[in-house]
Design a protein around this ligand. Structure first.
Ligand SMILES: Cc1cc2nc3c(=O)[nH]c(=O)nc-3n(C[C@H](O)[C@H](O)[C@H](O)COP(=O)(O)OP(=O)(O)OC[C@H]3O[C@@H](n4cnc5c(N)ncnc54)[C@H](O)[C@@H]3O)c2cc1C
Length: 458
């Protein structure tokens, strides 16, 4: 066999798997039909954060003049901002190509067809391999009566790079992708209404985060219709009208554009899983075991194609597990400890279980909350919205979940992940010295509160 493993898909799952496998001395090939970096680098995590960061600076200058920075008038040059996004994406994707080359990984451009565990066909090449890793990712879910047309009805990929800024936009779906894109457009002057079927936004996050984040986003001008179902649509020359239903009451909402962000579905990437004998679950995700191996020996699957949160860092870690398993190590993956973040303003970040999940599991727990309004650093930054919430086991004090809404929550959650990875207690985090003045002091204070010591600054 020429290869130890052939990986289909060069997203954060596939390319990280390839790099780790090469580090461990395995002979690796990667096949990619579009661009290295997958959804994450090209049309997901990175471009969305580039737009979020640019538009946040814009709205800071426009709205928040308490810093005393005086400008004539802040004007958004959407074209420049788009060029910046493109530049960042190109830098990163060419960086991935460079890393693969440096690691002596064979890179094939084209659509892979997996014939068996031992044969992957790409164009005219037959790649002989001991193992195959499927890392074909996911694609946006399309609502049958709201098919994407790239003009009036768009998906997140189109929302990231469209030339014209719409006057008004309906975002269908109040999950993290919907809220991040809603924030971008709201900040540049589009009137945004978010329609969410559930009674809360970011429904998978801690209920306190969902509630307070909705308040903050409303204050910024985003409108919300929760517990509301979209039941149909009609296009006019200029607009699109959505039929809505809430508690059996009918309603309508009109806008120039609709962004559908109701989730993503696994992408089989033209691979005939049935013919390979690879089992999928009722939602189309490939079923895997703790080694990330599918129902077929030697065929592995990772990332958005398999069950679990659709997140880049989850895909990458699964890639590492597969590479290490194939290299003979016994690496495992702790699905309890995957941080998740919504990059709105303020940011929301969670790890572990939330209060509802702990109650459901019948676990007794203690709660420590610390508001950013009591943090000196949050005041200096000018963002005192939100809190840190630490949930710890009532008897052992072990941290079971940390939920943060506030400035740089995405960075703060790393400390919580580390503490929980070491099975740390609330007291452990509370007694360590944190630099002053930092936002991380809020995590220390919430931990002291949860542990029973009591927060100092409340
Ligand atoms: C707008 C948006 C924002 C996001 N923001 C975040 C975020 O902030 N943080 C986060 O963690 N996650 C975020 N995500 C999710 C993240 O992008 C995905 O979870 C991640 O990219 C999944 O990685 P993957 O390797 O499984 O698949 P992908 O990144 O989707 O890569 C799969 C690759 O496989 C290729 N492929 C498919 N079929 C074939 C075939 N037959 N032959 C060859 N190649 C094939 C595809 O072209 C693609 O490049 C975001 C997603 C979107 C859409």
């Amino acid at each position: 066999m020429k290869y130890d493993l052939v990986i289909v898909g060069a997203g954060p799952g596939g390319y990280v798997c390839a790099l780790r496998a090469a580090q461990l001395g395995l002979k690796v090939a990667v096949v990619e039909k579009e661009k290295a970096g997958g959804t994450c680098l090209n049309v997901g995590c990175i471009p969305s954060k580039a737009l979020l960061d640019s538009t946040e600076i814009f709205s800071e200058i426009k709205e928040n003049n308490e810093h005393g920075i005086e400008t004539k008038e802040a004007i958004m040059n959407w074209g420049t901002l788009q060029k910046r996004r493109e530049g960042i994406v190109n830098n990163l994707t060419s960086g991935v190509e460079f890393l693969l080359k440096k690691a002596k990984i064979d890179y094939f451009e084209g659509c892979a067809q997996v014939k068996s565990r031992h044969t992957v066909v790409v164009g005219r090449s037959n790649l002989a391999t001991k193992n195959v890793v499927l890392a074909t990712g996911s694609k946006p879910i399309e609502i049958p009566f709201l098919p994407f047309d790239g003009q009036k009805i768009i998906d997140s990929t189109q929302a990231l790079s469209q030339e014209k800024i719409p006057k008004d936009m309906i975002v269908v779906g109040g999950g993290y992708i919907g809220l991040e894109m809603a924030s971008v457009y709201n900040r540049i002057g589009t009137k945004v209404t978010v329609i969410e079927m559930m009674d809360t936004i970011v429904p998978l996050m801690d209920p306190d985060i969902s509630k307070q984040l909705k308040k903050s986003l409303k204050k910024q001008g985003i409108k919300f219709k929760t517990s509301t179902k979209v039941t149909g649509c009609k296009k006019t020359k200029k607009n699109i009208i959505l039929n809505l239903e809430k508690n059996n009451k009918k309603d309508k909402q009109t806008a120039e554009q609709v962004l559908v962000a109701v989730g993503r579905t696994p992408n089989r990437g033209g691979i005939n899983l049935e013919a390979l004998g690879v089992k999928t679950n009722e939602r189309g995700f490939v079923v895997i075991d703790e080694k990330m191996e599918t129902s077929q020996e030697g065929i592995y699957a990772i990332g958005d194609l398999v069950p679990g949160p659709m997140l880049a860092h989850k895909a990458s870690e699964e890639g590492v597990v597969v590479a290490e398993r194939i290299a003979g190590k016994h690496t495992t993956f702790n699905y309890e400890l995957i941080p998740s973040v919504v990059y709105t303003h303020p940011e929301g970040a969670s790890i572990g279980r939330n209060a509802n999940e702990l109650k459901k599991a019948g676990l007794e727990f203690k709660t420590g909350m610390f508001p950013f309004s009591a943090s000196g650093r949050a005041m200096a930054i000018g963002c005192t919205e939100g809190f840190v919430k630490v949930l710890a086991d009532k008897k052992t004090d072990e941290i079971l979940g940390v939920h943060i809404l506030g400035p740089k929550a995405s960075e703060l959650i790393g400390e919580a992940a580390m503490a929980m990875g070491f099975c740390g207690t609330a007291e452990d985090v509370g007694i360590f010295i944190h630099a002053h003045p930092t936002l991380s002091e809020a995590l220390k204070e919430a931990s002291l509160e949860a542990s029973g010591h009591g927060a100092i600054h409340t």
